[in-house]
Design a protein around this ligand. Structure first.
Ligand code: GDP
Length: 455
């Protein structure tokens, strides 16, 4: 495209070291980071489960715990205490105490797990979708209660929907919590019955058996969250606890050896000369004095300083949230949603791309020319559906119909999207973080998917 042609040729970053070795030296002993989304039918017990897990892991202060214990006793609703803990973090989030995305962090022996859009909110479903677009792994919670599992698993229930959604957003590792097992007297038969049904379905949905782990729990009584139950009725189970499942998730490969990319989510005046941009390093590494290319504006800047949590640092890596002081650069030439890249291998800038999407529960079918807002990392840009190339089977991805006239709810498709201005993105297979998109119309998400081609 025109944009690409206008990108000048810049020299390679002056690096005379191996970035992996340097990372080992700087950060080799740091914990790995994993982003997890918790999904499942409403009332499956997601908030209770995560809240109780946090208490068991000692992540909730005794003050907060005590406060809710008193309140729940007063109301005679002791069972609500753990879900309330999740609401508390939600409230803090709304008051802006917790920055950026709503998250809760779990520290395990080997990793830091960020729970994206922790449940507990009324508007959990749309949030879940945002979370799912950033997730490395997912926890699917189902209610083992007679009749309840079946309701969630029927068509229209969220168990299937959520599983298909996260798989279509590229999530491959799944922990399945067969929850509320207390309501069926810890029945091994019930556990096996549900596992058999889910196994069959998840396989069709594209999950490998070896990437899915099933764990029986009670989020309420706390059985099997961090330690195995010592209830004799539960003696049949000798497998991993929920915490073991989290510990066993494989962390995504570190993207430090890929070309440098940082998404900009804030721009502000610094203390000295120059100004600062903050955001997330998606791939690669960056050093003080490096040059970066600001896209889509296509302008060079020099990195004068780097900080993490306001502490100066010489080198930053993929996964870090940082602030950069830029010099030799005009603040007019950068905006939220800009991407900083390695000048010798810059991010793609385009206004036309193909994606594989899943369509949600929409009222009005999507047709050619349909106006949407594209969300990709920190960018929001008006766009239209330029072409519908094919409708796909939601599980297998096989073409069901070429060039369909429209897309109705709960379908999957290959579409070409055109944005009103060029944006920075990448093919999902190249850089995941920049290749996941959501399509929204008047505040609700109508589809989400992965970038498959850039024109
Ligand atoms: P969410 O909508 O998935 O976040 O579900 P909640 O955590 O809000 O729980 C829904 C309801 O199920 C609440 O009334 C909880 O008290 C109850 N609940 C949650 N976990 C359990 C459990 O392990 N056993 C039983 N018996 N009830 C539970």
């Amino acid at each position: 495209s025109q944009e690409e042609k206008s990108v000048p040729k810049f020299e390679k970053l002056a690096r005379n070291f191996n970035v992996k070795e340097k990372w080992m030296e700087d950060r080799g002993d740091s914990k790995e980071n994993l982003h997890m989304v918790v999904v499942g039918h409403v009332d499956a017990g997601k908030s209770t489960l995560v809240g109780h897990l946090m208490v068991k892991m000692g992540l909730v202060s005794s003050k907060v715990l005590h406060k809710y214990e008193q309140e729940s006793k007063k109301l005679g609703k002791q069972s609500f205490i753990y879900a309330w803990i999740m609401d508390e973090t939600g409230e803090e989030r709304n008051r802006g105490i917790t920055m950026d995305i709503g998250f809760t962090q779990l520290e395990t022996k080997t990793k830091t797990i960020t729970i994206l859009d922790a449940p507990g909110h009324k508007d959990f479903i749309p949030n879940m979708i945002t979370g799912a677009t950033q997730a490395d792994v997912a926890l699917l919670v189902v209610d083992a209660t007679k009749g309840e599992f079946e309701t969630g698993f029927e068509s229209g229930g969220q168990t299937r929907e959520h599983a298909l959604l996260i798989r279509s957003l590229g999530v491959t590792q799944l922990g399945v919590v067969i929850n509320k097992l207390d309501t069926v007297n810890w029945s091994e038969d019930r556990f096996n019955e549900i596992v058999a049904l889910l196994k069959n379905f998840l396989k069709q949905a594209g999950f490998k058996d070896s990437d899915v782990c099933y764990v029986p729990c009670s989020g309420m009584s706390g059985e099997n969250l961090t330690t195995r139950s010592n209830d004799p009725q539960f003696a049949w189970y000798q497998g991993p606890t929920l915490l073991d499942v989290l510990e066993n998730f494989k962390c995504p490969e570190r993207s430090i050896e890929k070309p440098f990319r940082m998404t900009v989510n804030d721009i502000y005046k610094g203390t000295g000369s120059g100004f600062c941009v903050s955001g997330q390093i998606e791939t690669g590494a960056l050093l003080v004095n490096d040059k970066v290319l600001v896209q889509p504006q296509n302008e060079l800047a020099t990195v004068k300083g780097l900080t993490i949590d306001e502490l100066p640092i010489q080198t930053v890596y993929a996964g870090d949230s940082v602030s950069i002081t830029l010099a030799n650069f005009d603040i007019q030439n950068i905006s939220i949603g800009s991407v900083l890249s390695d000048p010798s291998q810059p991010v793609a800038v385009t206004s036309k791309f193909e994606c594989r999407i899943v369509v949600f529960n929409i009222q009005v079918p999507i047709t050619k020319g349909f106006p949407v807002i594209v969300h990709c990392h920190n960018v929001m840009e008006p766009a239209t559906i330029k072409r519908i190339n094919a409708e796909l089977n939601r599980s297998s991805g096989a073409v069901v119909k070429k060039k369909p006239r429209c897309l109705v709810k709960n379908t999957s498709a290959l579409v070409v999207i055109e944005t009103s201005r060029p944006i920075c993105l990448e093919k999902y297979q190249d850089i995941k973080q920049l290749g996941r998109i959501m399509l929204r119309v008047s505040g609700s998400t109508i589809a989400a998917g992965l970038v498959t081609q850039i024109f």
